[in-house]
Write a protein that binds this ligand. Structure first.
Ligand code: HEC
Length: 132
């Protein structure tokens, strides 16, 4: 599609199209699942090497890591971390929350909305709400 064509589409039509696209992109992974397909995909792309396919902190990367990744399936451990800290740790890395630098920053990879969705996904994985 060239730019001229796009510019001629009335604003309300493209807004509706964007909303529809956004809705599809954030559609739940399974009916009633409390997380988005995107969050699941991001976790499986960026987090599993360290946090593990079983979400227990035992990813393939971890054998020689001085600090072991958080066990995301640990309801107690994860429940002790407030949502804001989880989001901060994901966005700005472990150092930003006084944790290990081995936890990378993802702020250049994911936007705030995607990070928020990832926090919701982590709450699903730990089967815990924030206790703080
Ligand atoms: C290179 C390995 C690595 C990758 C990849 C990685 N992490 Fe981590 N992560 C760690 C380590 C190590 C820690 C433990 C830091 C500590 O306890 O000092 C950690 C801790 C965490 C914590 C706990 C933070 C806290 O405040 O205790 C969360 C939440 C987390 N990671 C989420 C993620 C998410 C989501 C992804 C994918 C977007 C991800 N991590 C990718 C290594 C990794």
């Amino acid at each position: 599609m060239n730019t001229n064509t796009r510019l001629r589409i009335p604003a309300f039509v493209s807004t509706a199209a964007l909303l529809a696209a956004g809705f599809l992109a954030s559609a739940p992974a399974a009916a009633g699942a409390p997380y988005t397909e995107g969050a699941l995909r991001n976790y499986n792309t960026y987090c599993v090497q360290c946090h593990g396919v079983n979400r227990n902190g035992r990813g393939v990367n971890t054998r020689d890591m001085a600090v072991q990744p958080r066990d995301h399936s640990d309801a107690k451990g994860m429940g002790d971390i407030p949502d804001e800290e989880i989001a901060h740790a994901i966005k700005d890395g472990g150092l930003a929350v006084n944790k290990s630098v081995l936890m990378p920053a993802w702020g250049n990879v994911m936007n705030d909305e995607e990070i928020k969705e990832l926090v919701a996904y982590l709450r699903y994985v730990c089967n815990c709400g924030s206790t703080k």
